[in-house]
Design a protein around this ligand. Structure first.
Ligand SMILES: Nc1nc2c([nH]c(=O)n2[C@H]2C[C@H](O)[C@@H](COP(=O)(O)OP(=O)(O)OP(=O)(O)O)O2)c(=O)[nH]1
Length: 128
């Protein structure tokens, strides 16, 4: 079984949070998640997260504090998911490597078909 260190961005703008839908041909295809991705070898987590967001969505973000760290075991992998509070800075949102995006209000987050590892991050958000 592989072990992955993954960073995810909880990007807030005008009272809404950005959810991304994974592409169909990926692990957890079509599930909704906080955008981000795997850290490269030796990469600083905040720098890696900003890189992933530029690559997947074409926008620049400011990465703030860790909101929640989740350990989740799927059938074939163990994911350590670090959710960071982030702020949208600039750039036009593009679907470069995601299926879809929605800007969502807090109370709507649970109505999405989320990747299971993301549920504790949503729970943490709902407690803050
Ligand atoms: N990015 C992201 N991945 C998540 C979340 N929740 C969750 O279980 N995952 C899982 C799905 C994948 O198994 C793994 C991340 O892989 P990824 O495909 O997004 O990473 P990546 O962009 O670096 O991938 P790659 O296409 O470069 O291989 O973590 C989440 O909120 N965000």
């Amino acid at each position: 079984m592989k072990q992955l260190v993954v960073t995810a961005a909880v990007i807030e703008k005008d009272g809404r949070i950005l959810l991304a839908q994974r592409k169909p041909d990926t692990h957890m295809g079509l599930k909704w998640e906080f955008p981000g991705g795997k850290l490269e070898w030796g990469e600083d987590p905040r720098a890696g997260l900003a890189r992933e967001i530029r690559e997947e969505l074409g926008i620049d973000i400011e990465v703030g504090d860790v909101l929640e760290v989740v350990s989740h075991t799927y059938e074939d992998r163990h994911v350590v998911l670090m959710g960071y509070q982030c702020r949208y800075v600039c750039g036009e949102l593009q679907l470069l490597d995601v299926q879809d995006v929605h800007w969502v209000r807090l109370h709507e987050l649970k109505s999405y078909d989320l990747a299971p590892a993301d549920v504790p991050i949503v729970d943490r958000l709902l407690r803050t």
